[in-house]
Write a protein that binds this ligand. Sequence first.
Ligand code: NDP
Length: 269
Amino acid sequence: MGRTLLGIAGFPVAHSRSPAMQNAALRELELDWLYVALPLVPERFAETASSLAASGYRGINVTIPHKAAAHDLADERTAAATAIGAANTLTYEDGRIEADNTDAGGLLDALGWSGGAPAGVDCLVLGAGGSAGAAAWALREAGAARVSVWNRTAERAADLAADLGVRHADRPRSADLIVNCTSVGLGGEPPGQEAALGAVGLAGIGPPATFCDLVYGSEPTALARWAERGGSRVVDGLEVLVRQGARSLERWTERPAPVDAMRAAARAS
Ligand code: NDP
């Protein structure tokens, strides 16, 4: 038996901080495993991901654009993966493939809400892509009093809200928690605070008690700076990345993840 392998499949994937973060965790756990980047073109994803166990893989993380395909190819799915219709974690177990979505639980861990959302909390999710689905489902499952989804393309938000049993917001409004699940702010230099606020419909709306931006980079995003200046508690996308990765690692190793070592490596990489 060779070395046990883990990885992240995406396209592109070279920018991912997951290898640095997960290899730091494996060192901390004194496991002689290796976590690698797997650039897989969409046409080859299902075939390749289905055969990795034979090459010594215990599991993989899955990122853009493969999350729906990862859900589809699995033999078994967790409740989160089933409800969201997308998976970010595959585990190879006794010849079968299990799909999970740790983006959902990772968001709750990052917010400090894995034991349940605060009573009466009103949440607004911005965006209607894969990460918005995971966020809306997680917040609903955590017992948030109200979860609404807003998106630039309204019908996508309406469809997502109907699928997940949450509300569709015609326009953004103030809330206790706002989670940015759009890609606004991605790609280096933010377009400026006013432009970013306008793009996600938050112009003229007061910062929430808690703001979470899934987008992250080397500097705080324009939206995170707006929230911080307005006195919000800000949870950044790197913390969500760390927490979803910790949940994946715990599934594969069946040991508690060394979250501090993972956070330090993710922030340094
Ligand atoms: P998707 O491509 O599935 O969705 C993108 C969303 O952004 C859509 O709702 C889209 O709206 C919206 N959008 C894109 N451009 C604009 C714009 N200029 N103005 C307003 N809305 C816009 O992406 P994901 O859901 O997978 O990811 C979203 C972001 O979250 C990415 O930046 C990703 O890096 C980050 N992410 C971070 C994670 C973490 O662990 N921190 C985990 C997962 C994602 P429309 O439907 O109108 O096109």
